[in-house]
Design a protein around this ligand. Structure first.
Ligand code: TNX
Length: 759
């Protein structure tokens, strides 16, 4: 008796564990609000019939039918009628919230109910994620009981097709990915300085001239000298193609929000119609990136043009929102223009920000006559927000908070969490990106509702979206790489209740879900398996090294002899110290399988490494991840620069004193510095090294009055005759105000410094 009881108890424990385990492993993204997993499951095979229990769900059912045919090669009968045994059925249920659905799978049937077509469609998407991620004609799906609905109503992805153009076929693929993650808004960035991409019948030159540029910048915007290719580049969508994309999106319950940029980012349009500018031109479609000074001039002819354009645009896009841009509009031309100054006077506008506001409000009024709502980047708050405008908050949270407090709707897309053109990995093999660092775990952490908002104000936060600017994304495989899987993380932010979010669970599900991504031939990034390092001082014996991985499963294995790690390399299980320069390579393994990329890091050791360092002035808090220790931690700040492992000073320079612990014979001091004028970063205007035996009396041993940073090197070195000293002081001064003509002209420049090596 006892024994039997014990066996039952044990098997209960085992089952619960298996259930819990399974729950985590069901590769569902975004995680449903309520999910129970049962025993066994259902097999969809050639004889399964698909029923739509209500006529209005047949289109969504047909979507499922087509998906199964396309991916598994079996064509199931789909019909309207009451569900039968051994069938898949869908139904609209008006008692449910529109976007809500239930999915119930047992050994007898698969049943989906949704509050609307969208709800049914989301149920179908969940079912699709449960199908086998490989070609077979027996589609086993686990037994589940799911009740689900989204947290936010705006769940979006943006795509910039101006900087680089993507074909209708590619745009449709992108929409497939949105659909897979239950995203419902596609923000189509159709116009910008580097190309106008939508046919406007009344202005044919927008496609014959504005859609093409004569060449494109090569490499990164910050590189000097600038280099260009001379290949004509461009393309546009005809109105028929636009309608085709809108219909394709609509079949997936996705609303398309077109963006027509104004008053800035308008150079392509000015190239065809220079009379819309404040000066006479001629203008050329942009070949480089960034912000251009020539913008739309608030002339009557410009408003007539924009209203004509928007009339055609509003006819093409049935959704309620039209995005009018509004970001990054330099005011130089308006300041110089007697017309603008006169217009400002006439309308009592006190500055050019108010003129921008006047511009946007005039367009807003026009859109109202077309029954559309205006949405714009958060700059449209400056100088007074237009009545009824929705704000897309990209420069952090503040624009969104301000707008919500003013009772305006908001979509949150702050760069720090939502810019998928940023690097997602610090690996040196990462393809070129604009800059920044936005790993998957950071996207996942994003909370769209700022905690300073009251419950009432929070209602104005419609949701969130990921943005893909394509300056450095020239082909669709790279579009996939930059968005997948960050789009999946964003989808969970937008859909799943805050309390249910958990990165470990997400990453585990994602790891299984990548099988589906591979099956769909999607070029996803494996950076979420990345390993990173943390170093800490270890008294006199150098540095402690830790290896970290945000992915919760598997083991890290490593080598220190320059060979690549494999499944029999030693397992990293605790931090270790070292006192000699070393090359470490590590990778994540689940069983015998290496998951991500190989991490390699050189750790350097010299007299200064791990020693006590005192900074007279603290770095700017934004660029001070590790304090003074950053300068002696044995790790060179990474390039391309992303803020990690560099210290930034703007108001003061660097003044660092290192205690070598005992007198050492030294003859060389090196400081790592950065040069990136686009980010306002300049090499120090001077660098000096002083030494001391007692930390009171310092003698200068060398000074550089200019520091030339070559492409291949970034180190400023001072050599001197050998000195026996214990204290070393390094002083580096900033270059002062940025000169006219350079980005950020008139502002204080920055210095970014890293490793101080003493030999
Ligand atoms: C800023 S975000 C822009 C875009 C650039 C992007 C690059 C915004 C409203 N404007 O024009 O492509 O940065 O990350």
């Amino acid at each position: 008796m006892k024994k039997i009881f014990f066996t039952i108890a044990l098997s209960l424990v085992v089952t619960t564990l298996v259930m819990a385990q399974k729950q985590i492993n069901l590769p569902l993204i975004p995680l449903p609000q309520k999910l129970e997993i049962g025993q066994g499951g259902f097999e969809i095979n050639e004889s399964t019939v698909l029923y739509s229990e209500s006529e209005d769900a047949i289109n969504d059912l047909n979507f499922l039918q087509a998906y199964i045919t396309d991916h598994y090669g079996i064509t199931l009968k789909s019909t309207i009628g009451a569900k039968q045994k051994k069938s898949v059925s869908v139904k609209r249920n008006a008692t449910m919230k529109p976007d809500a659905y239930t999915l119930r799978i047992d050994s007898m049937s698969v049943r989906i109910e949704g509050g609307s077509g969208a709800g049914v469609f989301y149920g179908i998407q969940t079912l699709i994620q449960l199908l086998p991620a490989g070609k077979t004609t027996k589609l086993h799906v686990a037994s589940v009981n799911i009740e689900d609905e989204p947290r936010f109503s705006w769940r979006g992805m943006h795509l910039d097709v101006s900087r680089h153009f993507f074909t209708v076929k590619e745009v449709k693929k992108y929409l497939d990915y949105l659909a897979m993650y239950k995203l419902n808004t596609f923000h189509w960035h159709l116009t910008d300085d580097q190309g106008w991409r939508i046919e406007i019948k009344k202005y044919p030159k927008l496609t014959s001239i504005s859609a093409y540029r004569k060449g494109t910048l090569i490499g990164h915007y910050s590189e000097t000298p600038e280099r260009y290719d001379t290949i004509q580049y461009g393309g546009f969508y005809t109105q028929d193609e636009i309608r085709d994309v809108v219909a394709y999106a609509s079949a997936r319950h996705i609303t398309v929000v077109p963006e027509i940029e104004m008053p800035g980012h308008a150079l392509a349009a000015l190239a065809a119609y220079p009379m819309l500018a404040c000066t006479s031109g001629p203008f050329e479609v942009g070949r480089s990136w960034g912000v251009f000074k020539d913008v739309f001039c608030p002339l009557d002819v410009t408003f007539n043009f924009l209203e004509d354009v928007l009339t055609e645009v509003t006819d093409l896009f049935p959704g309620k929102y039209i995005h009018i841009g509004g970001d990054e509009c330099p005011k130089d031309r308006w300041k110089e223009s007697p017309f603008c100054q006169e217009l400002m006077k006439r309308n009592g506008l006190k500055d050019e920000h108010e003129l921008q506001s006047y511009f946007v409000q005039r367009i807003g009024k026009f859109l109202q006559t077309k029954n559309k709502k205006m949405i714009g980047w958060d700059e449209i708050l400056e100088g007074g927000i237009a009545e009824d405008a929705t704000i897309m908050s990209w420069r952090g949270y503040s624009g969104g908070v301000q707008a919500a407090k003013l009772k305006h709707d908001v979509v949150m897309t702050p760069t720090a969490y939502c810019y998928f053109d940023y690097y997602q990995s610090t690996s040196p093999s990462e393809p070129l990106a604009i800059g920044g660092y936005l790993p998957l775990s950071m996207v996942y952490k994003f909370e769209p509702v700022a905690d300073v908002l009251s419950a009432d104000e929070a209602k104005y936060i419609l949701g969130t979206q990921g943005n893909l600017w394509t300056e450095y994304i020239g082909d669709f495989k790279k579009v996939e790489y930059m968005t997948m899987p960050r789009m999946a993380a964003l989808a969970e932010v937008a859909w799943t209740a805050k309390e249910r979010k958990d990165y470990s669970s997400f990453a585990s599900r994602l790891s299984s879900h990548t099988k589906l991504l591979s099956f769909l031939n999607i070029n996803y990034s494996k950076a979420f398996y990345d390993i990173s390092t943390r170093v800490t001082p270890n008294g006199d014996r150098g540095i402690n090294v830790e290896l970290l991985c945000a992915y919760p499963n598997g083991q890290i294995r490593y080598t220190t002899n320059m060979t690549e790690p494999n499944s029999s390399s030693p397992i990293y299980d605790k931090k270790f110290s070292y006192d000699q320069s070393m090359m470490l390579k590590a990778a994540l393994f689940e069983g015998p399988q290496m998951k991500g990329n190989v991490f390699s890091q050189r750790y350097l050791v010299n007299y200064a490494t791990g020693k006590e360092i005192v900074l007279q002035d603290q770095p700017d808090p934004e660029y001070n991840k590790g304090g003074g220790f950053t300068l002696v931690n044995g790790i060179l700040g990474n390039l391309p620069w992303n803020g990690n492992d560099w210290l930034g000073f703007q108001k003061t320079g660097l003044n660092a004193t290192i205690d070598l612990g005992m007198a050492r014979g030294i003859s060389q001091v090196t400081l790592d510095v950065l040069s990136d004028s686009v980010s306002w970063i300049y090499p120090p205007s001077s660098m000096e090294v002083l030494v001391s035996e007692n930390n009171i009396d310092f003698t200068s041993v060398g000074k550089l009055d200019s520091i030339a940073i070559r492409k291949s090197g970034r180190q400023a070195t001072i050599k001197f005759s050998k000195k026996e000293v214990r204290f070393v002081k390094v002083i580096a001064t900033t270059a002062g105000k940025i000169q006219a003509g350079a980005p950020g002209a008139g502002n204080d420049s920055w210095i970014m410094v890293d490793e101080i090596s003493v030999n």
